[in-house]
Design a protein around this ligand. Structure first.
Ligand code: NAP
Length: 276
């Protein structure tokens, strides 16, 4: 019996057991994937004890991603870029971590708009939180020549841009409508548009018809931004696919099978999101 889990505090909102449970059943693997509430301050001890507890590894979610990063012996470049890990396993007594949000975002974009890199000369990323840092890293890793960051608190966007002065620009949040004209890919990484949050109040009239619009918010499945972009004929990319794809590297590492993100899995999770 192979065991893995997701750690957080609290853990009631965590959807990853639905994804991993679906794959365990689909591939007929004798394994479990549970939610474990780990108190802040106890993260490093829990992770150091993974092997002794009989756990192959774990996902890490809010608020533990940075503490987990600090506890790793080795991390991938995406984790370094974000300063956080969400996927952990052990190898020869060493703790290894990665940030699979980067992979998840890129795979979801690849699925919906194959070959997008060839047509994106300028990406505009809204937000400058943890998700934005990973997405900016992912876009640069695929060769996007110019990324503009706009955030309500400009200092956070400027801090990310300072690390890549030749490729990352910043944009004043209030002037966003005027800045949309030259954008090939618009990505919302803020929590605006999420159920319970205000909508992203950004007119899309100046966006060129060929622009791709992506939103990583997935509750609701179709945000107001995605609905408005789709109504204008833009190619759109919803956030749930990113959540599904970010789960792949952990499952492959722990359970030994690289799982597929299928429409049946999408529907399984979508039904849960719709129910909330
Ligand atoms: P975070 O680090 O807390 O960052 C939140 C971002 O939203 C910040 O840029 C913040 O701006 C901005 N924001 C919040 N309220 C705002 C408002 N009223 N007006 C303008 N900007 C506002 O969170 P995160 O981890 O990056 O996650 C951001 C969103 O992405 C969440 O909705 C999360 O559920 C979603 N997400 C989805 C996936 C997926 O797999 N699809 C993965 C990760 C995250 P300030 O800096 O000014 O506060």
């Amino acid at each position: 019996m192979i065991r893995a889990c997701c750690i957080g505090w609290p853990v009631t909102h965590i959807r990853s057991p639905l994804i991993h449970g679906f794959w365990l059943a689909q591939y007929g693997i004798a394994g479990t994937y549970t939610r474990e509430a780990v108190e802040p301050g106890d993260v490093a001890r829990f992770l150091r004890g993974l092997e002794d507890q009989g756990l192959a590894g774990c996902n890490v979610t809010i608020p533990h991603k940075e503490a987990a990063f600090a506890a790793m012996d080795e991390v991938d470049p995406g984790a370094v870029a974000v300063g956080a890990v969400n996927t952990v396993w052990h190898e020869d007594g060493r703790l290894i971590g990665m940030n699979s949000d980067v992979v998840g975002f890129l795979k979801n974009l690849d699925d919906h708009v194959p070959g997008w890199e060839g047509e994106v000369a300028h990406a505009l990323v809204l937000g400058a939180g943890g998700a934005a840092r990973g997405i900016v890293h992912g876009l640069l890793s695929r060769g996007v020549p110019v990324v503009t960051l706009a955030n309500r608190s400009p200092g956070k966007a400027e801090a990310i841009a300072a690390a890549h002065p030749s490729t990352i620009r910043t944009q004043v949040w209030q002037d966003l409508p005027a800045a949309l004209g030259g954008v090939d890919l618009l990505v919302n990484t803020t929590s605006l548009g999420m159920t319970g949050q205000p909508p992203l109040d950004l007119p899309l009239q100046t966006l060129k018809p060929s622009a791709i619009v992506s939103d990583i918010v997935y509750v609701p499945l179709e945000t107001d931004l995605i609905a408005r972009a789709a109504a204008r004929g833009h190619r759109t990319v919803e956030g749930l696919g990113m959540l599904l794809h970010q789960a792949v590297p952990g499952f492959a590492r722990w359970f030994g099978v690289t799982p597929q993100v299928t429409s049946a899995l999408y529907e399984h999770l979508a039904a849960d999101v719709r129910g909330h």
